[in-house]
Design a protein around this ligand. Structure first.
Ligand SMILES: [Zn+2]
Length: 233
């Protein structure tokens, strides 16, 4: 069997916890087979959980980042960066600024494969992130990014308008990684809610079971393939 060529994988999401919700099992599988997994968070997180006009304290932000790093370590993440765009207000930032940050990250990490948001998510930061990733990773001659997937984030992907719902065409068997995904998610104490909130550990595990059952697997993460440029078959 041919040796697996290590791939540089970038997970580019809006908020700390989106990476685990969408791709936690997939990230752990990449790390296990020797791929380099890097994560870029574009927005701060937290602000939408606070009363209007209240900003998250520096302590709350660093606690969230500590959770993100702990979850990342569990999943085998090599590099984690925080871009600090305003939470739930990324529409107040020129798209070009977001594109530039992503472009620089992608170049620096040598990313070949990217996981990001579904453009139809209700959360404004998610949609902007997806658009900015596609813009930063245009398939120009010699482009290093050859594959891009969108993932689903409970409490956002299922809240969009019906015609923009997440419709997966790719499934990753995460049966062996569901437990570590659950544990990584549980590290996000400020973000996780209680059942039947969709962002509860129970709901996330149930979604993994349902996505698995859709394709005859015990547990899966569902994706939408946005682009796949192959040099061979
Ligand atoms: Zn998010």
């Amino acid at each position: 069997m041919a040796e697996h060529e290590p791939t540089n994988v970038a997970v580019i999401v809006a908020h700390p916890d989106d990476e685990v919700l969408g791709f936690g099992g997939t990230m752990a599988l990449h790390a296990e087979r020797g791929d380099t997994v890097s994560v870029l968070f574009l927005a701060t997180g937290l602000a939408s959980r606070l009363p209007p006009n209240e900003s998250p304290t520096p302590e709350a932000i660093s606690a969230l980042r500590a959770d993100a790093r702990a979850a990342g370590a569990m999943l085998g993440v090599k590099l984690m960066e925080f871009a600090d765009f305003p939470d739930n207000q990324m529409d107040s930032v020129p798209l070009l600024s977001v594109v530039k940050v992503i472009g620089e990250f992608v170049e620096r990490t040598g990313a070949q494969l990217i996981y990001t948001h579904h453009m139809g998510d209700l959360n404004i930061d998610h949609g902007i992130t997806a658009r900015a990733v596609l813009t930063a990773c245009r398939p120009l001659p010699g482009a290093q990014v050859t594959k891009i997937y969108a993932g689903e984030v409970l409490s956002s992907s299922e809240y969009g308008v019906p015609e923009d719902r997440f419709r997966p065409n790719t499934y990753v068997d995460i049966t062996e990684k569901l437990e570590i995904k659950r544990e990584a998610l549980a590290r996000y104490t400020s973000e996780i809610r209680y059942w039947p909130h969709p962002r509860s550990v129970k709901a996330v595990a149930m979604l993994a079971r349902l996505r698995g059952a859709e394709v005859g697997l015990d547990a899966a993460e569902a994706l939408v393939l946005l682009r796949d440029v192959r040099s061979g078959v």
